[in-house]
Structures are given as structure tokens and as C-alpha cells.
Design a protein around this ligand. Structure first.
Ligand code: CAA
Length: 262
């Protein structure tokens, strides 16, 4: 959905070729409601379609990346409401269709749908105050935005079961040790670190960046041999790009590559 008015639940800005979306419902600790998810999907799609953008960052506030799906909004939903309205699938999964990299910059609580949203990012850089959890069991439900599937892939079955069944939170140190996040930095350095990573990615050839993301994501679907074959075909295909010629010529001639993203 393309909003006709300015978004209210997120803010959007750019920094060079980096598109930055900040979740912005501070009073509700960025609880994720339909309006926010519609706005987020629209913003990410707009950046994905923008030739001047090479990478995105999704972040929240210092206190909360997002404390989950909006419980107040969900409380009175019936089965018919969520089934007919295609709750979650309808607008939470837009991020899965984004082809440029999305870095999750997480500080504070990333709980329930907040943890699931962070896991839908391509990688997570966490502040040292980040706390991850899937506490849905306390509400008489289970994770509903991929938590039972992405968390075990990230941290293994035992830790995922522990978190999903006991609702305990994982701090940033444990999250890094378990492989849920790629880096942990002091809170005040979070955005600098995320921007630094995004700017590095923006400096590479966009077709190869998009192909790399697509190939790594294949590791989570299907068999190893199918995944390796997919990677091989994409690897071969990149020899058709001007940027492959430029990147290799620059290396051979000991100069900096000037990628044209084609
Ligand atoms: N939905 C709606 N409102 C929320 C919320 C949520 N998920 N999380 C926090 N808020 C609201 C609180 O109701 C509170 O509002 P008021 O000031 O109007 O009372 C405000 O945010 C601040 O929260 P707290 O006063 O509770 O702050 P705290 O620092 O004491 O606790 C917290 C922080 C531990 C994150 C606590 O707010 C909490 O446990 N939140 C709920 C976490 C949760 O259960 N998430 C899973 C939701 S279900 C889900 O996500 C389903 C799915 O998989 C898709």
C-alpha cells in the first residue's frame, strides 16, 4: 500500500545511499500495529525501487526496537478476523520481498513480533542494551511472524525452545554468542556502526550485493545441493555484468573499483 499522507508510526530519512527507517510509536514501545506495518512496507518498497539507494537500516528507539505486535489491538480479534484479514501475512511479510539489504539496528526490547521483525532483516547489529525474546506464550498464543522458524535456524533448537517455551529474554552478549546478531556495540555507537556497514555495502556493485543476499537466503530453503547449484548459476551470471569487469580490472591494476551498479 502506498500511503497518500506522511507516515505517522515511522520516520524515514536518507544518509548518502542509505535509506533509514525508524519505528516511531514511543509511548507503546514501538508495538507493531497494522498502520505501522503498512507504512514500513511502503517505505521499504520505495527505497527498494529507488536507484539512489543501495542499502537500508531498520531501527527503533533506545528503549525499544519493538516490544511486539500491538497487544491492545489484537486482544479482541477473533479467529474469523485474523483468518479473513490475513493477519501478519498481509503486511508484515513485505520485508521479505525487499531485494536490497536491510540491516536491523536493534537497541532495547526486541520482543515477540519485534524479535521476529529483527530476524527478517538480513543481519542484526545490536546495542549492548538489546534484549531479545519470544514471550507470546505468556499471552496464550505462540510467535506468529516466523519466530518458531527463524529463531531455531539462528540459534539452534535448544535455545529457541528455551526462549519460546519459557518466555525468557536473551541479552545482547548471549545473542551474539548464539549467532542471532552479527555484532554488539555500545548503545551510543549503534547507528554509526550500522551506517558504517551500510555505506560499505553501498560501495559495492548493487547487482552483486542483491545476488549475494538472494543466494544466502537460499541457504534457508531446500537442500544443500540445490542451494549450491543456485549459488553457482548466480555466480556465473555475474560474469555478464560490467561491474565484474571493473572490480577485477581494478584489483589487477591495483586501483580502487568504480562500480556503476550494472
Ligand atoms: N503492545 C501494546 N502495547 C505495548 C506493548 C505491546 N506489545 N508493549 C508495551 N506496550 C505499552 C504498555 O502497555 C505501556 O503502555 P501504557 O504506558 O499506556 O501503560 C507502554 O508500552 C510501556 O510499557 P511498560 O509500562 O510495560 O514498560 P516496561 O519497561 O515496564 O516493560 C516490556 C517493557 C517488558 C517490553 C513490557 O512492556 C512487555 O512485556 N510488553 C509486551 C511484550 C510482549 O508480550 N510482546 C509480544 C506481543 S505478541 C506478538 O508479538 C505476536 C507475534 O508474534 C506477531
Amino acid at each position: 500500500m502506498t500511503p497518500t499522507t506522511a507516515p505517522e508510526c515511522i520516520t524515514v530519512r536518507t544518509e548518502g545511499r542509505v535509506g533509514i527507517v525508524t519505528l516511531n510509536r514511543p509511548k507503546q514501545l514501538n508495538a507493531l500495529n497494522n498502520q505501522l506495518m503498512d507504512e514500513l512496507g511502503a517505505a521499504l518498497k520505495a527505497f527498494d525501487a529507488d536507484d539512489d539507494i543501495g542499502c537500508m537500516i531498520l531501527t527503533g528507539s533506545e528503549k525499544a526496537f519493538a516490544a511486539g505486535a500491538d497487544i491492545g489491538a489484537m486482544a479482541s480479534y477473533t479467529f474469523a478476523d485474523v483468518y479473513k484479514g490475513d493477519y501478519i501475512t498481509r503486511n508484515w511479510e513485505t520485508i521479505r520481498s525487499i531485494r536490497k539489504p536491510v540491516i536491523g539496528a536493534v537497541s532495547g526490547f526486541a520482543l515477540g513480533g519485534g524479535c521476529e521483525l529483527a530476524m527478517m532483516c538480513d543481519f542484526i547489529i545490536a546495542a549492548d542494551n538489546a534484549k531479545f525474546g519470544q514471550p507470546e506464550i505468556k499471552l496464550g498464543i505462540i510467535p506468529g511472524a516466523g519466530g518458531t522458524q527463524r529463531l531455531p535456524r539462528a540459534v539452534g533448537k535448544s535455545k529457541a525452545m528455551d526462549m519460546v517455551l519459557t518466555a525468557r529474554m536473551m541479552d545482547a552478549t548471549e545473542a551474539e554468542r548464539a549467532g542471532l546478531v552479527s555484532r554488539v556495540v555500545p548503545l551510543e555507537k549503534l547507528m554509526d556502526e550500522a551506517l558504517g556497514a551500510a555505506l560499505i555495502i553501498c560501495g559495492f556493485s548493487l547487482p552483486s550485493v542483491m545476488a549475494a543476499k538472494e543466494s544466502v537466503n537460499r541457504a534457508f530453503e531446500g537442500s544443500l545441493s540445490d542451494g549450491v547449484m543456485f549459488e553457482r548459476r548466480i555466480f556465473h551470471a555475474l560474469f555478464a555484468t560490467a561491474d565484474q569487469k571493473e572490480g577485477m580490472d581494478a584489483f589487477v591494476n591495483k586501483r580502487k573499483a568504480e562500480f556503476k551498479h550494472q
